[in-house]
Design a protein around this ligand. Structure first.
Ligand SMILES: C[S@@+](CC[C@H](N)C(=O)[O-])C[C@H]1O[C@@H](n2cnc3c(N)ncnc32)[C@H](O)[C@@H]1O
Length: 300
């Protein structure tokens, strides 16, 4: 599968990493400052088209990142995002010509048109995906929406989505954050590393008139400062394994995190990883070879 890897960090450190990654043909750019310390930031983009061995390439890149972090005595200074360029999502042009569809029975996604009729059903989502991931058609998103539907109907007060505070980490179009609020959550925050997707998510929040209840932030875990009743994280496995250790710290004691984006054959690895991070898996879901888990703190 062709992949695009984005790595961000302070400009001097990222320049050093860029030298160490020279064999992967990285593209280094300065990015506008958006951190509290006013430090100049940079972004490396590596596009890896070799379809035969993406995992080997990814682990090579990952170990160079770790070595560079150690050599520079950094602790988690680099933020890494991986995008599957061959994801079988329909293109944004294709979705704009699509009819409204229901990924789950209680919800309809109405592709944006220049002159959209305001939906009468409060659980209709108007979506303009631009080039972001999250049209509602991909199995990894569908798994999250199905689990969200179950959570809406949970009877236990602790588990109910109604009135909850939700984090959609890696929000793409913002679909999961919007869906959560439409299904009863009080508020949501979407976090996204890709600036184009951030714009898409903000547009979608506005199209659904939810700007007062949903915030979209550009970045990664460094922009998450609070705890959430529900965390949805639909991410490729390399990002899950690199950043998933932040999830327990940002999940309320009775909260649930829904982790998606990995293959059914990677279930064992994912379960072990989250159990080591102090979470326990209480639900496993699979769809078309993809898998998702729902996890809670061990001592509930
Ligand atoms: C598979 S898409 C999921 C989109 C949407 N939440 C859904 O379920 O359809 C994963 C998203 O995570 C973003 N991402 C990848 N690494 C990230 C990171 N370290 N921090 C924040 N976002 C990240 C990608 O840019 C991409 O938009």
């Amino acid at each position: 599968m062709p992949i695009e890897i984005t790595i961000e960090g302070p400009f001097t450190d990222i320049s050093q990493l860029n030298n160490n990654l020279a064999s992967f043909s990285p593209v280094l750019k300065r990015i506008p400052v958006r951190n509290d310390e006013n430090r100049e930031m940079g972004r490396i983009i590596i596009v890896e088209l070799d379809k035969d061995n993406p995992d080997k390439k990814l682990s090579g890149i990952s170990s160079i990142i770790t070595q560079t972090e150690r050599a520079l005595s950094l602790s988690s200074e680099f933020y890494v995002g991986v995008r599957n360029l061959a994801h079988s999502e329909p293109s944004s042009e294709a979705i704009q010509s699509m009819e409204p569809f229901s990924p789950i029975p209680s919800m309809t996604i109405q592709p944006w048109t220049p002159d959209p009729a305001q939906p009468t059903n409060p659980r209709t989502i108007i979506l303009d995906p631009h080039h972001a991931f999250g049209t509602g058609k991909h199995p990894t998103t569908l798994l999250c929406l199905r689990i969200m539907d179950i959570l809406t109907n949970e009877t236990s007060r602790e588990q109910a989505l109604k009135g909850a505070k939700v984090l959609d980490f890696g929000c793409g179009t913002g679909l999961l954050a919007i869906a959560a609020v439409k299904m009863g959550a009080q508020e949501a925050m979407g976090v996204e590393i890709d600036p184009q997707s951030v714009q898409a998510a903000k547009t979608n929040v506005a199209l659904n008139q939810l700007s007062g209840r949903i915030t979209i932030r550009e970045g990664s875990w460094e922009v998450v400062h609070e705890k959430y009743d529900f965390i949805f994280a639909n991410l490729v496995i390399s990002v899950l394994l690199r950043t998933g250790t932040y999830i327990p710290d940002h999940l309320t004691q009775t909260g649930t995190a829904v982790i998606s984006g990995f293959g059914g054959n990677q279930m064992g690895e994912i379960k072990r990883f989250f159990e080591e991070a102090g979470l326990t898996v209480y639900r496993q879901s699979v769809l078309e070879g993809w898998a998702a888990v729902s996890v809670v703190h061990c001592k509930q």
